[in-house]
Design a protein around this ligand. Sequence first.
Ligand SMILES: [Zn+2]
Length: 325
Amino acid sequence: MAEGRGQDAMIETLHVEIGHGRPACSMDVLTIGAARIVRIPDIDRIEWPATALFGALTAEDLRAAAGAVPAGTVDAEAATLLLSFNSYLVQTPDFTALIDAGVGNGKERLDRPAWHRRAGPFLDLLDGLGVRPDAVDIVVNTHLHADHVGWNTVLGDAGWQPTFPRARYVAPRAEFDHWNRLQQAEPPAPVLHGAFADSVLPLRKAGCLDLVGPTFEIAPGLRFEPAAGHSPGMCVVRLTLDAASVLFTADVLHHPLQFARRDLVSNFCADAKMARDTRDRLLEENTGTGTILAPYHFPSPAFGRLVQDAAGLRFVPLPMSSAAA
Ligand SMILES: [Zn+2]
C-alpha cells in the first residue's frame, strides 16, 4: 500500500430520522471510489465504567489520559470511558456486507443490563440507507462475542432465525470450535451470555454459516487476517480497493486511550499477552501506510489513520464534513 493512496478520503456525517418520536441517529459515511462504508452504531456513545473495561486503570491514570484522547472520550471525574458498538456496512459494485453485527434486539442478557432485551433502531438505520435485509449478501463475524453477533438473528415464529435471509454468514472456524466445545460441556451453562445459542447456532441450523480459516478471501477485495488474543480465533477484516485499504479492527483496540497507554488490554481479552502482541503487530504493520482503520468500539469519528511522529503513535481521524439526510 503506497503512502498517499486515498489521502483525500473524508467522512460525511449522515443524520437519519427513525421516527416513532426517537432522536435522529448519526452515521459516518466514507466513500472511496464506487465503494461506500458506513459506521452503523448499534449502541452509540455509552458511558462505560473505566475499570470494567481496563481493570488496571487508576483515577490518576484517567486524569492523565483525559488530555491525550479525543474530547469527551474519557470522563476522569465519573471514571467512565465513552464506547460505541459499530457494525460497518460495506457496499461495493460486487457485494453488500456487514462487518460485525452488534448486540441485537430482544436478546436475554441478564448479566449485561446494557445489552438485555434491547429495542434499538439498527434495522431502521439500514433501511434509511436504502438497505433492506434481503439486500445483504454477506455478514462477517470477526469473533463470536455477544456484542458482535446480535443482529445475526431476529426472533421469528419458529424462534431465532437469520436476520438477513439471503446472506452468507462468515466466521473464523477456530472461534466456532472453541465456543462450541463449551456449549457441549456438562453441565450446560450459557455460553457467551447466551449469544452462542440464540445468535450463532441458528445460523448453523439454517445452513448459512461458513466457518473459515484466518487468512480467507471472503469476497473480492475483502479478506480475513489473523488477530487472535482478544478471543481464541478473532480475525480482523481488510477491504482492499483501488484507492485505499480499510482495516476493520474488531476488538484489537477498545478505546483511543490505548494509543497513549499501550500496556492496556481489556478485561475481556482471553489471552492478555497474545492480545497485546497482536495489537502491537497490527499497529506497526499499518502505521504510515495510508490504511484507514475502522475500530469497532470507538465513538465517532471512528475512521482514522495511524501516524508516528515525535509525539509517538497517534490515531488521526479522517476529516469530517456534515450533511443531513
Ligand atoms: Zn469482543
